[in-house]
Design a protein around this ligand. Structure first.
Ligand code: FAD
Length: 454
């Protein structure tokens, strides 16, 4: 017999987007019953995946806690939603549970791209899935038997994975078709500094040539090498293909929801789909509009998913006009060795490619003061500024305070601040914690001088 459930809010998917929606809705609407459905008992923290293979030393160290949602009275059902009837407002799960809902949130995320390489089926070739058993198999069986790993894709996931795996003594090479690693998010001057740190860690870099095929004995033998576009052969007995993910929009397509041209479920500023105002979509499965260009942007980040989840959660049972999605900017930070680096908004290269006339303010400062303070590191800060003085983007390289300086840049871009405001930016200063003068203020001054000299 079919089991039936009655809830106010049904969240489909329990990654950062779904969980953030669920927690926010449970907080803002405490009288409502919120149910989150996802197949995983204990979901992985996706951003922590590369660290399983080095720093964390095990999949069980990288689990997302259910406690904050449950503490707010939320309920989790480990199951998969198979069908949705938007008119009857029901969802049917694989286990045969029929759930009646008032509001539905699709937070179904992504899955790895269908891979285009000949030889992709060979033993030893793998992708990253946000799946406990898959990651455990890689950790316990695939990597311990590998002597040399080739990572195809020099974006941030490929770079982090390579650095972590190298820590366990396996030889690692990264293959990237663009002239440098990380060029989707960073300007070349930052990318080359990260490359230098990877080379110091004895990671080999093959840039400017894409992978063509995965070679081994016969048609089905284990992988032995990656053939590059220039015919070079990179030997490897394990290959990670890290070329990005595709949106999981199966349920949305079955509902005939409008899809955005750039990909993802079309959503309005409150994360609602076009056809049914009671159906929301958040996170990687949802369309994102660039804050500055007002155009579709492929920014698939947990931080973006969580921000969208907060918007959906707040507006789930009634729109709160002051809380809406004004547009997306990618903000991201990472660390290789003891070099931290991060980016927010547009690179100078991307801005110029769009036809924007920009200047780049650039400073290098000690991150504590006086510079004799133990633990002091040099920090490089770049601000990308339009001709009118508007802040468009920023990049930071340095020590442990890098991510928070970057987050301040991200906030300034979202607040539409320009160099005229940022030069007089007031901030807290302490010898052990900050630079003597804030790098953002110094960088803004540098950019302002360049604009004045024009
Ligand atoms: C290795 C790696 C490192 C990353 N590092 C970072 C980082 O440092 N910073 C950052 O901001 N981002 C990072 N990201 C990106 C980030 O992980 C994603 O942007 C984020 O997971 C998106 O969250 P989501 O909730 O939209 O989707 P997902 O995390 O993909 O979650 C989707 C959920 O939906 C469930 N689901 C799907 N279909 C159904 C169904 N029919 N019924 C029920 N449940 C369903 C899935 O099982 C899953 O629980 C990283 C990604 C990877 C792979």
């Amino acid at each position: 017999m079919k089991k039936e459930r009655q809830v106010d809010g049904l969240i489909v998917g329990g990654g950062p987007g779904g969980m953030s929606t669920a927690i926010t809705a449970a907080k803002v609407w405490p009288e409502r019953k919120i149910l989150l459905v996802r197949p995983e008992e204990e979901p992985i923290v996706p951003c922590g995946i590369p660290y399983i293979f080095g720093t964390l030393k095990g999949v069980e160290q990288d689990l997302l806690s259910n406690a904050p949602f449950r503490a707010l009275g939320g309920e989790i059902l480990c199951d998969t939603v198979r069908e949705i009837d938007p008119k009857a407002r029901t969802a049917l799960t694989e286990d045969g549970v029929l759930i009646h809902w008032q509001r539905l949130v699709l937070a179904t995320g992504t899955r790895p791209h269908q891979l285009p390489f000949p030889g992709i089926e060979r033993p030893g070739v793998f992708v990253i899935r946000k799946d406990y058993d898959h990651l455990e198999h890689l950790f316990d069986e695939v990597l311990p038997q590998s002597k040399r790993l080739a990572v195809i894709g020099g974006g941030f996931i490929g770079v982090e994975f390579a650095d972590e795996v190298r820590k366990s003594g396996i030889e690692v090479a990264i293959i990237e078709q663009l002239p440098h690693l990380l060029l989707h998010n960073f300007d070349e001057e930052v990318a080359v500094k990260v490359e230098a740190t990877l080379l110091e860690a004895e990671i080999q870099l093959y840039t400017g040539n894409g992978a063509l095929a995965l070679e081994g004995e016969g048609d089905k033998g284990p992988v032995q090498a990656v053939r590059l576009a220039n015919q070079e052969r990179v030997e490897a007995d394990a290959v990670l293909v890290a070329i990005g993910d595709q949106r999981n929009v199966d349920l949305a397509q079955a509902l005939n929801l409008t899809m955005a041209r750039g990909g993802g479920i079309w959503v309005d500023a409150f994360q609602r789909c076009r056809e049914y105002p009671e159906i929301f979509a958040v996170g990687d499965c949802a369309f994102k509009q660039d804050l500055l260009l007002r155009r579709s942007v492929p920014s698939l980040l947990a931080s973006t998913a969580a921000a969208e989840g907060r918007i959906a959660g707040i507006n789930l049972f009634g729109l709160q006009h002051e809380r809406y999605n004004a547009g997306t900017i990618a903000i991201y930070a990472s660390q290789i060795g003891d070099l931290a680096f991060g980016c927010a908004g547009m690179t100078a290269n991307a801005a110029r490619h769009e036809g924007l006339d920009v200047v780049v303010g650039r400073v290098e400062v000690p991150d504590h003061h006086p510079p004799t303070m133990p633990g002091t590191r040099m920090m490089t800060c770049l601000l990308v500024v339009s001709r009118s003085g508007l802040l468009l983007g920023g990049q930071v390289l340095g020590g442990p305070t890098t991510a928070e300086v970057l987050n301040a840049i991200g906030l300034a871009i979202q607040a539409r601040l320009g160099v005229h405001e940022l030069v007089s930016f007031q901030f807290g200063s302490h010898p052990r914690l900050t630079a003597p003068a804030h790098p953002i203020a110094l960088c803004a001054l540098e950019a302002l001088e360049q604009l004045r000299c024009r």
